[in-house]
Design a protein around this ligand. Structure first.
Ligand SMILES: CC(=O)CC(=O)SCCNC(=O)CCNC(=O)[C@H](O)C(C)(C)COP(=O)(O)OP(=O)(O)OC[C@H]1O[C@@H](n2cnc3c(N)ncnc32)[C@H](O)[C@@H]1OP(=O)(O)O
Length: 450
């Protein structure tokens, strides 16, 4: 029996900072960000939004579109690395919101968060696929929700983004089905991580945040520090090593001599920024190109590979198989656990707009989570994919987002304002956080605006 994804929906902030504005303020050549890394916009949460809001909005869109009620859902598994609480999972915040929205609930719904940097959403997905394989009458929701926030002026700042993707997992899926094979590679490293408070205070005191903002910033970050400690180039090296090992693990499991990617109509890689996949993929498959040796006789291995990355053959792979997933990433930024699935949505939506026939085609997924783990696996496109994906209105929704100024971005980043940039409309929003003098200090309450 086929098991997989029947429906996929998303929610991202309605405001963004144009990347050229950030480049100007940071004295970075705009062409590096736009043409080198593929960045166009950096989506940023408004005052009333957090990762619970994005997750809830994505789930509500999915349930309304699929005509589902909470009592029909047996599991809500959330992938996130932006937890708002060290004990209470983000998934549990969704329950009262959904109960209120649909006037219905399932007290037996199993909810939990899975955290492993950007790959937690894939762990949640595979867990739920296995559950439905055992109990095919059940329906699960997998939700990925994150806010990718980096230190000001760091090399991560221009890759920031936020948002959520929600997916319905069931038997006889309408969108994608997944076989059992999945290549894995894990290694314990410190390429990108979010250590606990005492260490963070030292980090903050050493940071070069402008003096007039310092005390507020420090106070805020002592409550909850959202930004990672990271080494950008080392994280890319780790990404490459893990994904490569997982790719060849999948090839071994499939006992196939043909390079797996040759069967993939679309390549979905974790996108920490728009051009990550095109900058990394050639390094994964260069050794699967026997013609390289005859074409570049006498050249070093590194030179041969670099030549392959500039070749017409590689440009064709990028244009046909990688580019479709990049379209949304360039306009949203990194959304950690959701980035891989936003890429999936983007690639399928683009293919539907182009009226392509993807039914029965194979897609390749390459997921990565810092710390570090990669998983490489495949999916088959199901017959109703086009109708299902068109319901998301992905590109049209992204086009409606509004630009903000650099000053507004800084106010939001430093939490210097409590006035929303856009009116709260037709969405779940953060209504209140209990203050320190309350016995329920830190409890967060949400409401649904019409
Ligand atoms: C965080 C996660 O989500 C998990 C992961 O995936 S970890 C792996 C990714 N790591 C991260 O995202 C961490 C945060 N990000 C970063 O630290 C950095 O943004 C980064 C490491 C990803 C990139 O580093 P960077 O120093 O900004 O860029 P750099 O690696 O030098 O690349 C710039 C590119 O622009 C190109 N470029 C520079 N100037 C240019 C110009 N004027 N015109 C056109 N291109 C230009 C360069 O040639 C280079 O491209 P190629 O290597 O393909 O030729």
């Amino acid at each position: 029996m086929k098991i997989g994804i029947s429906s996929i929906h998303f929610d991202v902030p309605k405001i963004y900072l144009p990347i050229e504005d950030l480049a100007k303020e940071r004295a970075i050549e705009a062409a590096k960000l736009e043409k080198g890394l593929g960045l166009q916009r950096m989506s940023f949460p408004d005052v009333h939004q957090d990762v619970v809001c994005f997750a809830a909005n994505a789930v509500i869109k999915l349930m309304e579109t699929e005509n589902l009620k909470p009592s029909q859902i047996d599991r809500i598994y959330v992938g996130t690395e932006s937890a708002l609480d060290s004990s209470k999972p983000l998934a549990s915040f969704l329950l009262p919101i959904l109960a209120e929205k649909f006037d219905d609930e399932n007290p037996h719904c199993d909810v939990v968060d899975l955290t492993f940097a950007c790959i937690g959403g894939v762990d949640a997905l595979q867990n739920c696929l296995d559950y439905v394989r055992l109990r095919p009458e059940k329906k699960c929701l997998v939700v990925c929700s994150d806010f990718a926030k980096y230190d000001l002026s760091s090399t991560g700042e221009y890759t920031q983004g936020a948002g959520a993707v929600a997916m319905l997992i069931e038997a006889h899926p309408k969108l994608l089905s997944f076989p059992l094979e999945s290549g894995v590679s894990s290694r314990g490293v410190f390429d990108f991580f979010k250590p606990k408070r005492s260490f963070q205070k030292r980090q903050i005191l050493n940071s070069n945040v402008a003096a007039d903002h310092f005390s507020h910033y420090e106070e805020e970050l002592l409550v909850a520090r959202e930004q990672p400690v990271f080494d950008g180039q080392y994280s890319n090296q780790s990404y490459l090593e893990r994904v490569k090992e997982a790719y060849y693990d999948l090839k071994k499991q499939k006992a196939s001599n043909t390079p797996c990617y040759k069967n993939w109509s679309l390549i979905l890689m974790h996108l920490p920024y728009c051009f990550q996949a095109r900058r990394m993929f050639w390094q994964l498959i260069a050794e699967e190109q026997p013609e390289l040796n005859s074409s570049f006789q006498g050249a070093t291995e590194a030179d041969k590979w670099k030549a392959f990355s500039k070749s017409e053959a590689y440009k064709k792979i990028v244009q046909e198989k990688i580019y479709p997933a990049e379209i949304a990433s360039g306009k949203v930024g990194n959304i950690y656990t959701g980035s891989l699935f936003l890429g999936l949505l983007s690639a399928l939506y683009f293919s539907a707009k182009e009226n392509q026939n993807l039914s029965k085609h194979t897609l390749g997924f390459m997921a990565y989570g810092s710390g570090a783990k990669a998983k490489v696996f495949e999916a088959e496109v199901e017959a109703e994919w086009k109708e299902q994906i068109k319901k998301t209105n992905l590109f049209e929704t992204l086009e409606k987002a509004q630009a903000i100024s650099f000053e507004t971005y800084k106010d939001l980043y430093l939490k210097r304002t409590n006035k929303s940039v856009l009116p709260v409309k037709n969405e779940v929003y953060l209504k209140r956080v209990e203050k320190e003098n309350s016995t329920t200090y830190g409890a967060r309450f949400y409401a649904i605006a019409n």
